[in-house]
Design a protein around this ligand. Structure first.
Ligand SMILES: Cc1cc2nc3c(=O)[nH]c(=O)nc-3n(C[C@H](O)[C@H](O)[C@H](O)COP(=O)(O)OP(=O)(O)OC[C@H]3O[C@@H](n4cnc5c(N)ncnc54)[C@H](O)[C@@H]3O)c2cc1C
Length: 401
């Protein structure tokens, strides 16, 4: 007999939201979250822009569009109910050259189709909202908010515990055997037995899927996002989140300006191919990952398709004035001396078998298991809704088996 009904691998925001959703949907179900690191939210969920996205960018009908729209309101309510700070800021998207105007208009149309309150604004309104931002044109999005996702994770852990679940840290899962009757997980401390498995391992989700005996349709390629911050005496240059018009061929939003809840103005992230799954710095290199990627024909396809973009990002990461130049395109008053480096995060970006960056969330089912294989931004925004969907799938697996 398994000791627990559902085991969740990974205590990031998606794993924690899933554990909570299982406990709420099926009271009495036993749930254990296993986290490799000594604390929860150690990777993507604790190293991001802390923005609650509106659902502006995503293809209508996609998981991202539906789950971000529904998830944003749920996240704002969750924060209010759990004493997690949250501020409805709205945001601006700015075109810095005439060539970007058609893309800005397309974005406004897409956001409107997704039910987002977004409109083009005049130069006078731009100057009133953000006196230091320069743009050829701008759009205003009403629904955007800013929070602290690490604190959201802490609140989720508290609720899981209250509902009778458990979160165990320093528990890296290194083996998974799925049999007709149970899931057996190998840990340095011994074995855990469960009725069903949920894989929310983020940067390791493809590896965990392979450990469980399936061949996932995607592999994870890590992309580092580096941040700068305005020196405190220059923070008044930015009042609310300001985003560039994104490149429609890439799933990244571009370097944006985000005043965080503590007043720091965060600037970034770029998207630099990383040499390790935990590649927070240039010098973090994981030979095993590089060997895996080099052998993979899909990754060679990715390199052929995006090499120009990759080189430009390496350059912008290594050459500070190039980073500053891109910030100055939106915020011309800023000088290199006004910026300091401010940490980084690493995105778990799925790449499909044909070498394309996968834009939408990917959630798959196997016997006694549900795998979250692509949960990049805005998965923190959408986490409560993703968690409910995954919980419903895993409870179904549990009932069937
Ligand atoms: C730079 C950056 C900026 C972003 N900005 C935003 C934003 O503003 N808004 C937004 O909505 N989203 C944003 N995102 C995306 C968001 O952070 C992620 O979508 C979300 O955090 C994913 O959560 P997760 O639980 O899937 O992954 P993670 O938080 O990475 O959690 C996975 C966990 O699994 C654990 N794990 C892995 N392998 C094992 C194993 N074998 N055994 C046990 N545990 C294991 C890891 O240690 C980790 O803690 C951003 C991401 C980045 C990197």
């Amino acid at each position: 007999m398994p000791a627990v009904d559902v085991v969740v691998v990974g205590a990031g925001i998606v794993g924690l939201a899933t554990a909570r959703a299982v406990l709420r949907a099926a009271p009495g179900t036993s749930v254990l979250v296993l986290e490799a690191e000594a604390r929860w939210a150690a990777h993507q969920s604790g190293h991001n822009s802390n923005v609650i996205h509106s659902g502006l960018y995503y293809a209508p009908g996609s998981h991202k569009a539906r789950m971000a729209r529904a998830g944003a309101e749920r996240m704002i309510r969750f924060c209010a109910e759990h004493a997690v700070p949250v501020r409805r800021t709205g945001k601006l998207v700015v075109a810095t050259s005439p060539a970007q105007l058609p893309r800005l208009d397309a974005l406004v149309a897409r956001g409107t189709a997704n039910g987002v309150t977004v409109r083009r604004i005049s130069q006078a309104e731009l100057a009133e909202r953000e006196p230091h931002v320069r743009a050829v044109a701008a759009a205003h999005v009403a629904e955007t908010a800013v929070t602290d996702y690490a604190r959201v994770c802490a609140a989720l852990v508290a609720e899981i515990t209250e509902l009778g679940g458990a979160v165990r840290t320093s528990a890296p899962v290194h083996r998974i055997d799925i049999t007709d009757t149970e899931v057996v997980l190998g840990l340095p401390q011994g074995r855990e037995r469960a009725g069903a498995l949920v894989n929310c391992a983020g940067l390791h989700s493809d590896r965990v899927a392979r450990l469980s005996g399936i061949r996932p349709p995607v592999r994870i390629v890590p992309f580092r996002g580096e941040y700068a911050a305005l020196r405190p005496h220059r923070s008044a240059l930015v009042r609310g989140p300001v985003y560039p018009v994104p490149d429609p061929d890439l799933p990244f939003l571009g370097i944006h300006l985000t005043p965080l809840l503590d007043g720091t103005v965060h600037i970034g992230p770029n998207a630099v191919p990383a040499f390790a799954r935990h590649g927070y710095r240039w010098r973090d290199v994981e030979p095993r990952l590089l060997a895996e990627l080099a052998r993979d024909p899909a990754v060679r396809g990715l390199a052929r398709r995006y090499w120009r973009y990759g080189l430009a990002e390496f350059a912008r990461s290594a050459i500070w004035p190039l980073f500053v130049r891109d910030v100055r395109a939106m915020l011309p008053d800023v000088r290199g001396a006004d910026l300091v480096r401010h940490g980084s995060g690493v995105r778990a970006q799925a790449v499909d078998d044909s070498g394309r960056l996968v834009d939408d969330f990917v959630i798959t089912r196997a016997r006694r298991a549900v795998h979250v294989l692509n949960a990049p931004s805005p998965a923190a925004t959408a986490s409560l809704v993703i968690g409910e969907r995954v919980a419903s799938d895993v409870l179904d697996e549990l009932r069937r088996s």
